[in-house]
Design a protein around this ligand. Sequence first.
Ligand SMILES: Nc1ncnc2c1ncn2[C@@H]1O[C@H](COP(=O)(O)OP(=O)(O)OP(=O)(O)O)[C@@H](O)[C@H]1O
Ligand SMILES: CC(=O)N[C@H]1[C@@H]2OC[C@@H](O2)[C@@H](O)[C@@H]1O[C@H](C)C(=O)O
Length: 367
Amino acid sequence: MNQPRPLFIGIMSGTSLDGIDAVLASIGSDGEAAIEAAQSAPFSEGLRKALFDLQSSGPDEIHRENEAANALAQAYGGLVKALLNHARKKASDITAIGAHGQTIRHQPQFGYTHQTLNPALLAEITGIDVVADFRSRDLAAGGHGAPLVPAFHAQQFQSDVDVAILNLGGIANLTLLPKIGEVKGFDCGPGNMLMDAWIEQHQQKSFDQDGTWATQGRLHEELLARMLSDPFFKKAPPKSTGRDDFHLAWLEKHIAKEVIEAVDVQMSLLHLTVLSTLEAVMLHAPQTQKLIVCGGGAKNIALMNLMRTKAPQLEIISSDSVGVDAQLVEALAFAWLAWAHKEKRPANLPAVTGAKGLRILGACYPA
Ligand SMILES: Nc1ncnc2c1ncn2[C@@H]1O[C@H](COP(=O)(O)OP(=O)(O)OP(=O)(O)O)[C@@H](O)[C@H]1O
Ligand SMILES: CC(=O)N[C@H]1[C@@H]2OC[C@@H](O2)[C@@H](O)[C@@H]1O[C@H](C)C(=O)O
């Protein structure tokens, strides 16, 4: 009789700061992963603000960071319990949790990136082994420590055509999967983060549902051109980015002193995400036939429509249509990264991150 596949939990809270996604996944001996159950939860207002404030320096940083790390472990722990209840599983059924933590600083040029979380507390709360701190080993080997999902994408989205996977989270990142040849991947710039920040400032909404507000505006060509002139877009990979580089002050610098209707700025930001990502595909993998979009941005109808208008030669689909819920791809990737750690398999791709070689990622806090 076939042995049941081991179960892992993956937990992701990404740069959008919208909340936490958790998946329960079964993973086979070759790393083939399937979602068995999932739960998501928004951040409490207090924790969201604490994490947002930690993105830049300020008084009492060390104390505030440790408090946030504990609060995040409590929030992750609560979601793990809800997930186990929902799936009718016990802690002892789970091999390990892969927990990303919250990126509050990403400075690979100084040799560090920091994902806050108290993994020891998460192991204590759940009674399950916790694998965390996935990025630091790649950085220690000279890499960016990001993006890490390309190895998982290569496993999950293998295809008989040249395919690209685009994650549209706060930041956008691409994995280029040729039929033959090496997997490439890099961060390509802002995903939803600037659109989220702008609508929050002008409409007090956390995001532009389906891109409805953006479509009421007009594209401001000069603003778009100024934003696209940021050197990050032309930089050769390996490259990674975050809130450290793209934020409201960056946008305001490009608006300069010009008076532009807020809704036109939103439409221009929608174009920025679409054009910068498509240009990256065309520059680095012009042979691409199919683009699989995941992350919350895959749910933005206006954004997906604009992508299809600007790149009619590509088949552009959401990962939903190839069987993986677009919102859960990254959480599934962290379940897979925990599996890779437990199996002592390297999970970074040096061609993507720029590391000197393959490394086993993460550190384990036994239950
Ligand atoms: N229906 C929708 N319409 C428009 N945008 C949406 C919709 N649903 C989700 N989003 C966008 O997706 C974002 C969340 O995406 P996601 O959870 O993939 O990001 P993340 O994981 O936090 O970021 P990253 O991948 O950069 O770490 C929201 O902040 C919002 O901008
Ligand atoms: C430093 C950091 O947290 N980077 C995130 C962020 O969100 C998207 C993009 O920027 C990607 O580089 C990465 O996350 C995914 C999970 C990754 O490592 O592949």
